[in-house]
Structure formats: structure tokens, C-alpha cells
Design a binder for this molecule. Structure first.
Ligand code: PRX
Length: 621
């Protein structure tokens, strides 16, 4: 193993030159004039260059041996499977791109994709990219209300969905959700429906179209649109500190260079690998490291539709055995779940094909890291713990396999070409051994371009705290060797099973219930999920508490957002702790939820509330 000082990455490196060199890994219709035009905090990467993301993921692999290589291996929850070669995928994407065009979708028009994890989802994303229509993938677990908010914010013209989605043998009615969402929406002209489960669904005359019917008689040639490097590739909504999710905008050139470089280096990609990223395409990990990065690199990707415990708890290991997966990229919450189930499940399968393991989405506790290393990696596979965000688009802090010595629980050091730091509240770098706020010190290629329709929110949220630096919202420690240890969010965002949930969103959903006067949510440490939502709720005057009220409130959150945001605990209280100016003191509620000693209570308007809350919560839990 080559052991390098991690700081080598930071010694006088010319980052713009580095990313200029990496730009050459893609095929460009027109070369860029300038690697970076930086108009703080707005960046144009590869300014003047023209390219197409789908062309880079497909067409350029067709002249040679890769043409017949498996691009996508699909495993359905029911055990059905399909393999699409690069040539197959190219044909299907071109076909569907022509379908979109035939319904009037033009460059710049937005298309929402609300789908299960099936090949048509990847096909739809790449078809959008091919014609320059930004896609908005909405995770299939989001409720119709959440879907509606996103469709409206992006003003989507078309929705691609399916009749339903399999989950642990049940069917999630995606098309029905779309119908609910569109009741009061006027911007959507067409809904294209993929037949997956075969259950009967209502089709609205003139609006709804079956995918399998429209792809039949359509040309299979569709030229890839020449996009400016700075044009929008997609919008992906994520939670922030306010109630309204933000539409994170990624542009074609910088994003594609960033994800393909990191994908190749971090996963030490070889042509013969079978690469499996378990994230849903509805999240950024699915965009960058299931679709765009690996396909740009000509990898074979595995797409699994279902749950890890269906039909049994060894499903993942059965899949590894069946397809001889070599690289597995998953989340700590999944690893902790496997730990809970026990090692007999991976032991019952031949998983010796694995050679590299990855982790993403939340801090991985050393126990889970060791279990992953021992029982899945058999003490021979390196683990890359990768830190990044929807906004960063690409992996930012990570070990490089066989180069960076690993430490269980640390995501190691910034990727080459990325400059990150840890600063105190005044923006001054902390000393080694100290912790502080995690920032990015220089622009990077896959950085978000803006918040959709709201440049000011982009500037204020990310660049407004420390001059010239991007604020991640995370807290981290810098150890004596220069390694980064990410502790967690310092803003009002909760990380539940690696999913970002804004406390304000859950509070908004609770307050929407007719019985609720006020709500405050915090994250509480959870052994498997990392964090769980703990909600404190005060009811309107005169509301009589009945047995099913708590269940009703939880169900209301599921209706408004989706089951991923369902609070584990809802605690009813007459009052919430507030400052004299009326601000809810979430910090104290967090102390109560975690059952730990109280922080400073001197600014409270009425300190007696705290004692009462503590007593009552303790009695209940
Ligand atoms: O708090 C960090 C955590 O996930 C947040 C980003 O969430 P999202 O935009 O949904 O993207 C998740 C997948 C890239 C970060 O602000 N996070 C992500 N990866 C790690 C992590 N925390 C610790 N270690 C990681 N490897």
C-alpha cells in the first residue's frame, strides 16, 4: 500500500489546472474557453464549452468493445431481471427522448420523474438529459402533497410515473398519488405511465399515456442536444432550515466532470467491475453515483428495485452472489440494520466477489464500520467513507483506496482539487485537534449553480455566513493527522436513515392538523436510523385528547411529506419553552429528547416549563 501524507493534496496544488485536466475525460462538442469563471458566489465551470450528459453516458461508449457490455443490470423485487447493454440503453433512451419531444418537451422544459427503481427511471433521466430538459426526480416514498409542491415549484410540463411500485410485496400506488397531486395543478400537460405492477389505474383522456404504447412506433435515432456547460442538467429538492424544500440546480459540465472523476478514483473503477450503489435515484447519491458518474465511466451498474429484507434478510447478499458484485456503496443506517439482523445472513451467501465498500449519507460509527469491514469486507476490502451533499453534487471528503490510510469513523481528507476547512464561528480556521464548522474554501466543479428561482436564497444560505466560503451546515473535527471527522448538522436539519428532513417541514405538517396550535421538532439519537424525529406539540384550546390522536398526528405528517418523516415520538405539552422574544428554544428541547443535562436556560421566559417537560417526558419514555 502506498501511504501518502494526506496534506499532499493541499500543497500548492493548482486546482483549476487539475480540473482543467479532468475536463478532458469527457467528450465535448466544443471545448471550453475558461475552466472557471468565478463571479463570487456564482461559478461558471468550463465556460464556453458545449457537451451533452447523455452523450457522455452512452454514445461515446458505442465505438468499441463497450457497445455490448452490460450497462445496467436490473433486479426486480420479485426476482425478475433484465440486462441492458450500452447499445440497448442508448436505443431506449433515444426512443424515449423522441417520445418527450413528440409531446412538445423542449430544451429547458422541466420533467418530473416519480418512479420506482426500474430501468425506465434511468432511461427517463437520460432521455431528459439528451434533449436538454432538466429532470426533477421525486423519491417514490414522498406523499402526493410533497410531489405537488415540487411539481409546482419547478412548473413541470410532463410527469413520468408508473402504475405502482413494489415494496415488500405490497404496492405503492404511484399513479394514484400523481392523480391526487394534479387535482389543482395546471402546468402539467402529459403524464406518461410505465406499466410495472399491472394493477388497474385510472387514465385521464388526453393527459395520460402508457409508456409501452408510445415507445412502439417512434424513431430510435435522436441527436443529443448541444448544451452549454453551464446549462441546467437537473433540479433536485432537498430540505433546509425553512419549511419549503430547496430546488438545488446542477449544471451539465462541472457536474459531469466532478462525478465522473470522483467515481473513478474513489471506487478505483476497473472495466470488469459490477458496481452496486443501493441509494434510490430520488436522492443525490442515486443521481451522481448510480446514474451519471458510473455511466459516464462506462461501468456496469446494478439497479435493485426492492427492500433489503424481502423476501428474506439476506436479499442484498443474494444479489451480490447472483451478479458477483465487486463494489458496494451503501449507507450506515443499512449497515446498522444488517448488524441488528446478525452475520448469519451474509455468511450464508458467497460474497467473495466484493473488493471495495463505500459508505455515505451520515456519520458511520466505528462499531458499524468494524462490522462492515469484518463481515462484509472479510477484512480485506477497503472502506471509503464519503462525505458530500446534494449541493456539492460530488464526493468532497473521502479516502482514496490503497492511497489514504483508513481510520474507522473518519471520512479522511478532501478529494484532490477540493479545498475544505473547519472554522470557528468567526470564520477562522481551527487548530488540529479542534472542531468547528465545515466549509468549502474554493469553488468545485459539481457545485450547485443556484437554488431554483432564488439566487438570493443561494447566496444567503450557503455563502452568507463566512466571506468567500461555502457553509455546509455540518460540524466536524480536524484531528492531529489532518483527518476530518464529521459530527453532524448544526442547523435545523435532521438526518433520519441518511435522509435529510427539515424540522420546519415536519412542524409545518403538524401545525396543518386542525388540533395543533404549535409544534417543535428535534432529532433524537437512534441506534439504527442515526436520528429519529421527536415532536413536541401543543394543542389548540378546547381540543380533547383522545386515544388515537398521536397516531393521527403521525399519519398527518406521512400524508403531508411521506413516511420517511414520521415522528417516532409525539409529545403533547401545554406550552413550549420560549425566549422572552417568543422564539422556541429547540436546543433545550433537544436536551430533553436526548435525556441529557440542560444547557443554559437563562433566556427562557418561563423556566418552570422545562421542569414540567422533563418530568413528563421521563415518565413517558
Ligand atoms: O450531514 C452530512 C451528511 O448528510 C448531509 C447531506 O445530506 P444530503 O444532501 O441528503 O446528501 C446525502 C448523500 C450525499 C451532510 O450535510 N453526510 C453525508 N455523508 C456523510 C455525512 N455525514 C457524515 N459522514 C458522511 N460520510
Amino acid at each position: 500500500m502506498v501511504i501518502r501524507n494526506p496534506e499532499i493534496f493541499d500543497l500548492g496544488q493548482d486546482r483549476t489546472k487539475f480540473w482543467g485536466d479532468q475536463g478532458n475525460r469527457l467528450d465535448w462538442f466544443k471545448p471550453w474557453d475558461k475552466v472557471l469563471e468565478w463571479n463570487n458566489p456564482f461559478a461558471k465551470w468550463y465556460a464556453g464549452g458545449k457537451l451533452n450528459a447523455a452523450y457522455n453516458c452512452l454514445d461515446r461508449h458505442l465505438n468499441g468493445a463497450r457497445r455490448n457490455k452490460a450497462a445496467l443490470i436490473f433486479e426486480g423485487e420479485l426476482g425478475d431481471y433484465r440486462v441492458l447493454t450500452y447499445q440497448d440503453l442508448h436505443r431506449e433512451v433515444s426512443r424515449f427522448a423522441n417520445v418527450l419531444k413528440s409531446y412538445g418537451v423542449e430544451k429547458g422544459d422541466r420533467v418530473t420523474i416519480y418512479m420506482p427503481m426500474i430501468p425506465e427511471t434511468v432511461i427517463a433521466m437520460l432521455a431528459c438529459a439528451r434533449i436538454g430538459a432538466p429532470h426533477i426526480v421525486v423519491f417514490g416514498g414522498f406523499s402526493y402533497e410533497a410531489l405537488k409542491d415540487r411539481v409546482l415549484d419547478a412548473q413541470s410540463k410532463v410527469i413520468v410515473t408508473s402504475d405502482g411500485s413494489y415494496r415488500r410485496g405490497n404496492i405503492i400506488p404511484l399513479k394514484e398519488n400523481v392523480d391526487q397531486a394534479l387535482k389543482t395543478v395546471t402546468c402539467v400537460e402529459k403524464v406518461i405511465v410505465v406499466q410495472r405492477t399491472g394493477q388497474s389505474v385510472a387514465m385521464q383522456e388526453g393527459r395520460d399515456i402508457w409508456y409501452h404504447e408510445v415507445v412502439k412506433n417512434i424513431p430510435i435515432v435522436c441527436p443529443a442536444e448541444e448544451m452549454d456547460a453551464d446549462d441546467m442538467l437537473f433540479i433536485l429538492y432537498t430540505s433546509g432550515t425553512t419549511g419549503k424544500p430547496k430546488g438545488i440546480v446542477h449544471s451539465v459540465g462541472g457536474y459531469m466532470v466532478g462525478v465522473s472523476t470522483t467515481h473513478e478514483w474513489v471506487f478505483d473503477l476497473k472495466d470488469e467491475d459490477v458496481y452496486w450503489c443501493t441509494a434510490d435515484v430520488g436522492w443525490i447519491t442515486g443521481h451522481s453515483y448510480l446514474v451519471y458518474g458510473p455511466l459516464a465511466n462506462g461501468a456496469t451498474i446494478l439497479l435493485y428495485e426492492g427492500a433489503p429484507d424481502y423476501p428474506d434478510k439476506d436479499r442484498y447478499w443474494e444479489i451480490v452472489e447472483k451478479y458477483k458484485v465487486t463494489i458496494l456503496y451503501t449507507a450506515p443506517t443499512a449497515i446498522r440494520t444488517f448488524m441488528k439482523w446478525g452475520e448469519k445472513y451474509p455468511m450464508g451467501r458467497d460474497i467473495s466477489s466484493l473488493r471495495l465498500l463505500g459508505s455515505v449519507g451520515e456519520p458511520i460509527n466505528p462499531d458499524a464500520w468494524m462490522w462492515y469491514h469484518k463481515h462484509i469486507g472479510k477484512e480485506r476490502c477497503p472502506i471509503v467513507d464519503t462525505w458530500w451533499q446534494t449541493e456539492t453534487g460530488m464526493i468532497m471528503i473521502t479516502p482514496i483506496p490503497e492511497v489514504t490510510p483508513l481510520k474507522a469513523g473518519s471520512c479522511a481528507v478532501p478529494f484532490p482539487g477540493v479545498k475544505m476547512g473547519i472554522v470557528d464561528h468567526q470564520g477562522k480556521p481551527v487548530e488540529k485537534g479542534d472542531s468547528g464548522y465545515l466549509v468549502v474554501c474554493e469553488p468545485w466543479p459539481a457545485m450547485l449553480k443556484t437554488v431554483y428561482g432564488d439566487d438570493k436564497r443561494y447566496e444567503d444560505t450557503y455563502w452568507g455566513q463566512y466571506a468567500g466560503m461555502y457553509f455546509t451546515g455540518d460540524e466536524a473535527k480536524w484531528d492531529e493527522d489532518g483527518y476530518f471527522w464529521v459530527i453532524g448538522r448544526v442547523d435545523d436539519v435532521i438526518n433520519v436513515s441518511g435522509h435529510r428532513i427539515g424540522t420546519a417541514e415536519v412542524e409545518g405538517a403538524l401545525v396543518d392538523h386542525p388540533a395543533v396550535a404549535e409544534a417543535a421538532c428535534v432529532g433524537r439519537t437512534h441506534a439504527v436510523k442515526g436520528q429519529a424525529v421527536f415532536a413536541f406539540v401543543s394543542l389548540k384550546e378546547g381540543i380533547v385528547v383522545h386515544d388515537s390522536l398521536i397516531a393521527e398526528l403521525k399519519a398527518h405528517v406521512v400524508l403531508k411529506i411521506g413516511s420517511l418523516a414520521r415522528p417516532d415520538d409525539v409529545f403533547l405539552t401545554d406550552e413550549l419553552p420560549k425566549t422572552r422574544s417568543g422564539k422556541i428554544m429547540r436546543r433545550l428541547l433537544k436536551d430533553i429528547a436526548e435525556g441529557r443535562a440542560m444547557g443554559d436556560t437563562s433566556t427562557l421566559a418561563d423556566a418552570s416549563i422545562i421542569d414540567l417537560l422533563k418530568k413528563n417526558v421521563n415518565q413517558k419514555t
